[in-house]
Design a protein around this ligand. Structure first.
Ligand SMILES: O=C(O)CCC(=O)C(=O)O
Ligand SMILES: [Mn+2]
Length: 198
C-alpha cells in the first residue's frame, strides 16, 4: 500500500493536508458505513460554546486511553469495535503512525455540523498527525489559515481519507459547515495519537 505521506504533492492544498480519494474500496466503504452506523453507541454530548450550553450538532463516539475533554464537554471512553480496529490497522499501516484513539462523528444530514476549531489539545502532541476517514455523504471540509485568512474547501467523499500533519493544527482551523442540500448521513473517523496516560 502506498504510504499516505509519500504520494505526490497536491499543489492545490497547503502543506500538512493530503486528500486521498477512495482510499477504501467502495464495497469496504459500504460495509463499514452500514456496520458503524448500526453498532456504535452514538450519542449527543453537552458542550459549552461561548458561555452557552449546547448539545453537539452531531452524534459522537470516542475511543482512547482516557476521556477526551474539548469545548467544555467530555467524551467518555468506549470500546474498539471490529470495524474501528480494521480501519485503524489500515490507517496505521498506511501512515506509519500508531493510532491509539479515534473520534467518530455521525452527521445525520446537512443540518449537522462541526464548528471551526483546531485539534491542538496537548494530549495530541506538538504536531498532531490525524487520519480522517470518510464514509457516506460527501461533505465540505473548510480550512482557514488563522493569520493570512487563506481558505480552502475540500469535498470529502465516501472512502476518502484526509491526512493532517505538520503545522495543520497550529496554523489552520477547520470546520464542517451545515449544507442544506445534503440529505444523507455521513460518518467521519479522526484517528489520532493520544500521547499521555496509557
Ligand atoms: O467531520 C470531519 O470531517 C471533521 C471532524 C473533526 O474535525 C474532528 O473530529 O475533530
Ligand atoms: Mn477536528
Amino acid at each position: 500500500m502506498e504510504s499516505l505521506f509519500d504520494l505526490e504533492d497536491q499543489p492545490s492544498l497547503p502543506a500538512g493536508f493530503r486528500h486521498h480519494h477512495q482510499w477504501l474500496a467502495s464495497h469496504d466503504a459500504d460495509r463499514l458505513l452500514a456496520a458503524l452506523t448500526a453498532t456504535l453507541a452514538w450519542a449527543q454530548r453537552p458542550l459549552v460554546i461561548g458561555g452557552r450550553h449546547v448539545m453537539t450538532p452531531r452524534l459522537t463516539y470516542w475511543v482512547g486511553p482516557e476521556p477526551f475533554r474539548y469545548s467544555g464537554g467530555i467524551e467518555p471512553v468506549h470500546e474498539w469495535t471490529t470495524e474501528l480496529n480494521e480501519i485503524r490497522a489500515q490507517a496505521t499501516r498506511a501512515a506509519g503512525v500508531e493510532f491509539n484513539s479515534v473520534l467518530a462523528n455521525l452527521y445525520r444530514d446537512g443540518s449537522d455540523s462541526m464548528g471551526a476549531h483546531r485539534d491542538d489539545e496537548p494530549e495530541f502532541g506538538a504536531r498532531p498527525v490525524i487520519a480522517s476517514v470518510n464514509l457516506g455523504a460527501t461533505r465540505d471540509f473548510a480550512i482557514k489559515h488563522d493569520i493570512t485568512g487563506e481558505r480552502h474547501v475540500i469535498a470529502l467523499g465516501h472512502g476518502d481519507v484526509l491526512v493532517m500533519s505538520g503545522r495543520s493544527q497550529l496554523d489552520w482551523s477547520h470546520s464542517v459547515p451545515k449544507r442544506a442540500r445534503v440529505t444523507q448521513p455521513r460518518i467521519n473517523l479522526t484517528f489520532r495519537q493520544w500521547k499521555s496516560g496509557n
